[in-house]
Design a protein around this ligand. Structure first.
Ligand code: GUN
Length: 284
């Protein structure tokens, strides 16, 4: 039977550690970490994420501002707001919730965010820093996965790691972080023939494709560590991952549940980046 990796607990531990660091920063330097979150339009899932980010800030003791803009907001208006936040000394981190409405150019907006306040680590400058292993911010979900592995005592060094999915938000940076941790990394994706043959080579398998239950028990190696980044709704509206938990769990050594695995870590790592930004504020 697999050991469950409890993301809820690990996330709570990290938030308690950050609350302490936040108090210290306030006492010693008079700085309260500040996060600004911008949401454009009324996508219900995005609204939930944004609310949870605000709650996490309150829990840890950060200052936060939330901007809920109408769907018809123009590129110029949005860039204007980002410019103001770039210049605002109370704000150390800026997050523009994705996806943006189709008429807006997401890449151009992300380029507008000061890389020092880019707590998502989506700006090409920060993506480049990750590539060369010299970074301030790590992308939240992949960093959350690394933290789950570390705090569960799983070493990646020398292991075969397979990442399924190649998105800019998860798959690609995840592969980079596993490589930096000395894993032997393969990226598989929708055009990979015989996916099972690849996933069965994995000692550490990270799945981030967004398709409910696509990784089944016959696709994993006995004793593997399985991290499920998927967040899907099944036919009954229940949250479920990309991994078919029932058939995979009996074969593997560690597994993350959905919900309660990777999910809680993403916002926690965003908080970590915001704290780091505040600690570095005014430095190069
Ligand atoms: N939408 C879904 N995930 C994310 C994320 O990590 N950051 C932002 N900004 N938008 C998202």
């Amino acid at each position: 039977m697999a050991q469950l990796i409890n993301g809820k607990q690990i996330s709570a531990d990290m938030r308690a550690e950050m609350a302490e660091e936040c108090r210290k920063l306030q006492a010693e330097k008079g700085i309260t970490p500040g996060l600004a979150v911008i949401i454009v339009g009324e996508d219900p899932a995005s609204q939930v994420y944004v609310r949870n980010k605000k709650k996490a800030c309150e829990e840890i003791g950060f200052y936060s501002e939330t901007y809920e803009l109408p769907a018809e907001t123009s590129q110029k208006q949005l860039e204007g707001l980002v410019d103001e936040l770039n210049a605002n000394p109370k704000i150390h981190g800026i997050l523009v919730q994705l996806p943006l409405p189709a008429h807006l150019d997401s890449n151009a907006i992300l380029l507008h965010i000061d890389p020092k306040k880019d707590v998502d680590a989506f700006h090409p400058t920060n993506v480049g820093h990750i590539m060369i292993g010299d970074y301030t911010f790590l992308p939240c979900t992949p960093a959350g996965v690394m933290e789950l592995l570390k705090r569960s005592g799983v070493s990646v060094s020398g292991k075969n790691c397979v990442v399924v999915g190649r998105s800019n938000i998860v798959g690609k940076p995840q592969a980079m972080l596993l490589l930096q941790a000395n894993g032997t990394v393969t990226i598989a994706h929708s055009k990979t023939p015989d996916l099972g043959a690849v996933t069965r080579t994995a000692d550490v398998l990270v799945v981030a494709v967004g398709r409910a239950g696509m990784i089944t028990g016959d696709m994993v190696k006995e004793g593997a560590v399985v991290i499920d980044v998927g967040m899907n709704r099944n036919a009954e509206g229940k949250l479920c991952g990309d991994v078919d938990f029932a058939s995979v769990e009996p074969k593997v050594s560690f597994i993350t549940p959905v919900p309660g695995g990777v999910g809680p870590m993403t916002i926690t790592m965003l908080m970590r980046n915001t704290l780091t930004a505040a600690e570095r504020y005014g430095k190069n």
